[in-house]
Write a protein that binds this ligand. Structure first.
Ligand code: CAA
Length: 388
């Protein structure tokens, strides 16, 4: 039985900052951001969007009534959940009107959470082939104003529907993974911004890639030529290339060209959104599928997932017949076209806006946010959401 990704939705907030503007304001050469990191724009979430509403907007794009009835497991991968106890999946379950006979749970391992969710979803579908699993990958990446990580912030969510007979990508059973306790990026429960050892995190991302890629080659006998493309977790779009270039010379010139070209295409959306932590790899996959017309049914796509702390995984999937018809390309392009560029001063103001933490009431103005589903306010420590 084939099991894999049946649908992919993506949502980013409607505001963004131009990285040239941010560089100028911070007294940095813009080339450092646009070439050195490979980032052109950074999504900025208004106070009316949190990881729950971002994910709800991404999922709302792809689910029909039959999906809502058949989903009996909701897995929410996030580094920036809104509650230490209640899972974001339960909020989503209600907001989307899913069948109540479902399991709902939140998973955390930095940017790796959604990959763990997808692999669990695959096991669930193997046991219950007539059901579907909704995996959400939603995060707001916050390092703080004027920090070295600021240029790698971002916000957005990817919704992934996993089922039998998938229409986009069959997930293959071969997969290699690796865990090691390291402190490259973390966020203690009392902190709203991440702590990071930037250079070390880059090194470990590459080292974990080399380990899981070597294991994958040994396990499967496959080489780079077996892949039409490889999508990477992209904290910033240069990062995946830094890992890929350490192994690419093992391949022929032709294969190198193909992987390099497809890598560039897989970074297109991420360049304009920034890091969305656990959704970044899947945003890169969407970018590849929606922007590369030369991919064919049966092509193998490699995926490298990395979650600081750290867990890495290399796995793969096969493109399904007619997959292009089931992408949300027009919707995603319209979403990018309708975003609003704001000044650095406006971004700083939005960044510093916060919700009360003393139980007092705050109603938010959702009229300025074009999203269908918004965070509407908070009262008695309870968030309320509105669907327009
Ligand atoms: N024109 C072109 N390029 C320029 C330039 C210019 N004018 N000025 C600098 N550059 C280049 C530098 O040469 C460098 O390139 P290389 O890395 O290829 O050598 C690049 O721009 C970045 O410059 P620096 O290394 O000096 O930048 P920095 O010290 O400010 O740190 C960073 C960059 C470590 C990524 C920092 O932004 C950071 O800490 N980000 C958060 C952590 C992160 O994203 N880690 C990635 C791996 S961990 C992970 O993947 C999990 C996750 O999602 C967090």
């Amino acid at each position: 039985m084939k099991i894999g990704i049946d649908k992919l939705g993506f949502y980013a907030p409607h505001l963004y900052v131009d990285m040239n503007d941010l560089a100028k304001e911070r007294g940095i050469d813009p080339g450092k951001f646009t070439i050195g990191l490979g980032q052109d724009e950074m999504a900025v979430p208004p106070v009316t969007q949190d990881p729950v509403s971002l994910a709800a907007n991404a999922a709302d794009q792809i689910l029909d009534e039959e999906d809502k009835e058949k989903i009996d497991l909701v897995i929410f991968g996030t580094e920036s959940g809104v509650d230490h106890s209640k899972s974001a999946a339960v909020y989503i379950h209600q907001l989307l009107g899913l069948n109540p006979r479902a399991r709902s749970v939140e998973l955390k391992q930095a940017c790796y959470g959604a990959t763990a969710g997808i692999q669990m979803a695959k096991g669930h579908i193997a046991l219950h082939p007539d059901k579907k699993v909704l995996v959400l990958a939603s995060d707001i990446a916050r390092y703080g104003l004027n920090t070295p990580g600021e240029s790698t912030q971002g916000a957005g969510a990817v919704a992934i529907l996993v089922s039998a007979s998938p229409r986009l990508l069959e997930l293959e059973s071969e997969s290699t993974y690796y865990t090691e306790d390291i402190m490259d990026f973390w966020r203690p429960v009392y902190s709203t911004t991440a702590y990071v050892d930037g250079k070390y995190s880059n090194e470990q991302y590459i080292a974990f890639f080399q380990k899981v890629w070597k294991d994958y080659q040994e396990q499967t006998g496959r080489n780079l030529e077996d892949f039409a493309a490889i999508a990477f977790h992209l904290p910033y779009t240069k990062m995946g290339w830094k890992a890929l270039r350490t192994v690419i010379e093992d391949a022929s010139e032709e294969v190198q060209e193909r992987l390099k070209n497809n890598y560039q295409i897989s970074t297109k959306y991420n360049r304009n959104v920034g890091n969305i932590y656990t959704g970044s790899l899947y945003l890169s996959l969407i970018s590849l599928l929606e922007n590369q017309d030369e991919l064919k049914e049966g092509d193998t796509i490699g995926l490298y997932s990395y979650g600081s702390g750290a867990v890495g995984e290399f796995f793969s999937g096969k493109l399904q017949p007619g997959y292009k018809k089931h992408l949300q390309t027009a919707e995603h392009q319209a979403m990018f076209a309708n975003r609003e560029c704001i000044s650095v001063a406006a971004y700083e103001k939005v960044f510093e806006e916060s919700l009360p933490t003393d139980g007092s009431e705050k109603q938010l103005n959702i009229d300025e946010d074009p999203a269908k589903i918004c965070l509407a306010g908070v009262k008695d420590h309870i968030r309320s959401y509105a669907a327009k």
